[in-house]
Write a protein that binds this ligand. Structure first.
Ligand SMILES: *Cc1c(COP(=O)(O)O)cnc(C)c1O
Length: 230
């Protein structure tokens, strides 16, 4: 099996090629390495190969890994479903949260973000396709949520995030819709700079539609073992 380092290089090459094909600068797209279910040793291998930003889906698992690695050079992003009883651990341990989809969660994060840390970077998760089973704010409610979150202390509203269906046509439509929603918020004077969209299988499509962060797991670390916790 190829090493994490060579897989990482291949993913970075895909990102650069997709950016160039879209007429964008390769540096305009950041790679978030999704390390959920992988041990700290895998993160360390990726870090040694130059990767800095890592994404985790499960609060307990992520917090344990952050403590085990204890590397201030790494930047940790929480990208999993976020319940009210887990917000404190996220506010105290992560630099970014991509999955804020209601005001109550944002208020808790704002109240719990420690004063000695920089503001917590926030993306709002949007259920662009209106899928009943998916979490995420409805597009119709997004402007109100964004305005309210932008006004909270200790949080920095950075942008929008989506997790569309796996099928490429639907994904492209969802990515385009997310970008459109971000453009509308920009016109409403919210200074967003982030579109968190695209994963191992569809990062090229996401970059063509304007992604600024792609969240890539299996293409870097390999096929995931079954999740052991939630
Ligand atoms: C697991 C996960 C990813 C990475 O998925 P891959 O297909 O392994 O690249 C990206 N985003 C979220 C929210 C995830 O849960």
């Amino acid at each position: 099996m190829p090493s994490i380092s060579s897989r990482l290089q291949a993913v970075n090459a895909r990102i650069a090629a997709a950016a160039r094909a879209a007429g964008r600068a390769p540096q305009a797209v950041r790679l978030l390495a999704v390390s959920k279910t992988w041990p700290a040793a895998s993160v360390r291998a990726a870090a040694q190969a130059g990767q800095r930003a890592f994404g985790e889906n499960y609060v307990q698992e992520g917090v344990a890994k952050i403590a085990e690695l204890a590397d201030p050079g790494l930047e940790w992003h929480f990208i999993g479903p976020l319940q009210g009883n887990k917000t404190r651990q996220v506010a105290e341990n992560f630099a970014w949260v991509h999955t804020v989809d209601r005001l109550k969660i944002a208020q808790r994060l704002a109240a719990q973000r420690p004063a000695h840390l920089p503001p917590l970077n926030v993306c709002l998760q949007v259920n662009v396709a209106g899928e009943a089973t998916k979490s995420g704010c409805a597009p119709a409610d997004l402007a109100a949520l964004a305005g309210a979150v932008a006004a909270l202390p200790r949080l920095q509203l950075r942008g929008l995030m989506c997790i569309p269906a796996a099928d490429a046509t639907a994904a492209r439509a969802a990515f385009a819709a997310l970008r459109q929603l971000a453009d509308e918020l920009q016109s409403a004077a919210l200074p967003l700079d982030t579109l968190s969209m695209g994963m191992s299988d569809d990062l090229e499509i996401a970059i063509a539609e304007g992604a600024s962060i792609v969240r890539v797991g299996s293409a870097i670390f390999g096929a995931r073992p079954p999740a052991s916790q939630t």
